[in-house]
Design a protein around this ligand. Sequence first.
Ligand code: SF4
Ligand code: SF4
Length: 448
Amino acid sequence: MKTFRIGGVHPEGNKLSAARPITIAPLPQVAVFPLGQHIGAPAKPIVNKGDKVIVGQMIAEAGGFVSAPIHSSVSGTVLKIDTIVDASGYAKPAIYIQVEDDVWDESIDRSADLVKIEDRPELTDKEIVAKIQNAGIVGMGGACFPTHVKLSPPPGSKIEWVIINAVECEPYLTADHRLMLEHADEILVGVALLMKAVGVHKGYIAIEGNKPDAIDLMTEKAQAYPDIEIVPLKIKYPQGGEKQLIDAVVGRQVPAPPALPANVGAIIQNVGTAFAVYQAVMKNKPLFERVVTVTGKSLAQPSNFMVRMGTPMQQLIDLCGGLPEDTGKVVGGGPMMGKALINTDVPICKGSSGVLVMNDKEARRGQAGPCIRCGKCVTVCPMGLEPYLLANGTVNEMWDLLEANQITSCIECGSCQFTCPSHRPLLDFVRIGKSTVTGIIKSRVQSK
Ligand code: SF4
Ligand code: SF4
């Protein structure tokens, strides 16, 4: 099996919920929709307090080209437009909707009938991209980059492949795994639509070797799609990083920013995004629900749910038996790249792949000691950076040095922190340094 070449680590998988089929989470009493749940300009509300809305109705329009509209996942009455603390820990403007009944937009095809690509031969590449844009689809692996923007590569780039990220390399998370086991046919149509949208004749679906049942099923189903190949990969974190995935699957390396995967001929999409693309294009269904893993060693029943956006995470934790007494922290996402939540009222958004309840023991960090110059953080960094240097540079506010040492290439994978024998909080420092340097570069460009 193939894998990427530089760095990487092997955290314990802990896929506790892998055998748990996706169940439908009950509707919340109040659904909350932050307006900035994607990269780019926040969406702009197009509803007011007191308005009645139905499931699938657009409630906020895109705030620009690099943005995405937001659709209601529930029917009911707009309570207010206020703020809510989201998974980032910051208060963001949001639309609150009091849930009443479950009335759907009639144009959404709610049947389970599979619509194949050959059933809609008239669909053009432009129509596919427009439907994806109108449905508010963003990268569902957590990056939340608007999908229609990725499908509009910069002029001059020649796209050769669509690569589907189904590696789910974050420990604990099983949402993508279950989606493949339960919706393989829809995913394959979604991949075919993405390929048609960018005019390529080769698609890959990359799956790590710890999901043999998904590899077998997808390989069997893909027999009907000669242009789509299933690629089993060795287990190694962070294989889901775009650059690592491209290296693992087609052996090309993406240069440092601002270079994009498109510059080496690849478009990467998450497997959940491929499913959402199927639903948007073939079923006229905007992105308003997703699969979420709720898990943790002390949780009574780790599970996978199909959840309407805007549902508070606490409601999902309650469905799994409630917060255990020994809870140390609750993380939005997985243990490597996820962020600790300030409270559990945070609503599920488009990028919410998981909720991880860590017990005291797991949540406790080792006492940070001095750097012993072992070089392990350098060896495991998948971007070839020197994390100890980047962390020190941040502490000492040496922004020029950080820029010169490519801190903006950091993918915030946490491999350095995971491996440091002195328990140094490398990722925390590198994140601060990266956001400061990114801000400096942006203001320099704007002042020119
Ligand atoms: S420096 Fe960034 S890319 Fe490198 S290991 Fe640390 S978090 Fe990952
Ligand atoms: S892994 Fe930790 S101790 Fe080793 S060089 Fe990096 S920062 Fe220093």
